[in-house]
Write a protein that binds this ligand. Structure first.
Ligand SMILES: [Mn+2]
Length: 331
């Protein structure tokens, strides 16, 4: 692994212009790892641009340094065609399919470095992939440390934000001893725990929190109380920003006795997004794959076109199958 990390640093050092990008609908880990790489490139004095798919980036992460450096791929492509770069660093993304408009930017870049913790979908020039890692941000930390980067406060905040986001404040099953050690070091580097917790987790728009409440009212139990789900129609969503409702993915699986939870929301008429969570040995990634989705063992996602009834008709047996496969069918 050390050889790979070294090669990645060499590739960056040999490049004069770089692109940094991540997956579409960038979450805390995507933005944290993205900006950590950007801040590191600043330290090296490397010219670079941070271009991602999203036209609107989740404002709750606006406290991070270089947040205002993030550009929208479709706007860049429209204005200037595909700009050229010597190399790209992409983070928290398994392949081009998940990059939206920013995928097109990679076509003319000779060297692409990927840092990611999802099972790989595309191979690039240098792939640093660790599906055991909690977050892309933790991997970026390891890479930067291997290259002797100075962990100043802005960089530490970016990494810390990503780890907190993907581990649910160091509480999900993906949390490793290593993450605790990294975070301990980040605190020594000046990260203010309460300030960042407030920015990420206690920063809900009033209207969005009311929609979360509606989602809780819609909570339903299936499969003898082992599967819980909640759903929100377009009308019930009332235009709320999805990133403000993410907590809803964690509520169904928090019901006593529930092994698998789902949060279903209608994103366009007759088109649903589903977030799956497992609090058992049941693999929700396999459930998501039934719907052409993906993710991790304990947290995955997919989409569905049709009616809610049609979705449930397919989803409930798919969950039951994984519960049985995991020996979680009886209590
Ligand atoms: Mn991630």
């Amino acid at each position: 692994m050390e050889i790979l990390l070294k090669k990645m640093h060499e590739a960056v050092r040999q490049s004069d212009t770089l692109l940094v990008s991540t997956h579409l609908h960038a979450d805390g880990d995507a933005i944290g790892s993205l900006l950590a790489v950007s801040l590191f490139l600043d330290q090296l004095g490397k010219r670079h641009r941070v271009i991602i798919n999203d036209a609107e980036v989740d404002e709750r992460f606006a406290y991070l340094a270089n947040f205002d450096k993030i550009e929208c791929a479709s706007r860049v492509l429209e204005k200037e065609g595909a700009p050229t770069f010597d190399a790209a660093v992409i983070v928290d993304v398994p392949g081009k399919k998940r990059m939206g408009d920013s995928a097109a930017l990679l076509d003319n870049i000779p060297v692409v470095i990927k840092i990611d913790h999802h099972p790989a979908e595309d191979d690039f020039t240098l792939d640093f992939v660790d599906t055991e890692a909690s977050s892309a941000s933790a991997m970026v930390y390891d890479w930067l440390r291997a290259g002797g980067a100075a962990m100043d406060k802005p960089l530490a905040e970016a990494v810390y934000t990503g780890i907190m986001s993907d581990t649910g404040r160091l509480s999900y099953s993906n949390t490793r001893v290593h993450d605790m050690r990294i975070c301990a070091h980040l605190l020594e580097c000046g990260v203010e725990v309460e300030a960042i917790t407030n920015q990420i987790f206690f920063n809900n728009p009033y209207e969005a929190l009311k929609v979360v409440g509606r989602g809780l009212v819609n909570l339903e139990l299936y499969l003898e109380g082992r599967f819980a789900l909640t759903h929100l129609s377009l009308e019930e969503l009332n235009g709320a920003d999805q990133s403000d409702l993410e907590e809803l993915a964690n509520y169904p699986v928090s019901v006593r006795g529930v092994r698998v939870g789902a949060y279903i929301r209608e994103v366009e008429p007759g088109f649903y997004k589903i977030s799956l969570r497992s609090r058992s040995r049941a693999d929700v990634r396999k459930v998501a794959q039934r719907f052409d989705g993906g993710g991790h063992f304990h947290a995955a996602g997919c989409r569905f076109r049709g009616t809610l009834a049609q979705l449930l008709e397919k989803l409930i047996p798919a969950v039951e199958e994984q519960l049985i496969a995991a020996g979680e069918n009886g209590s």
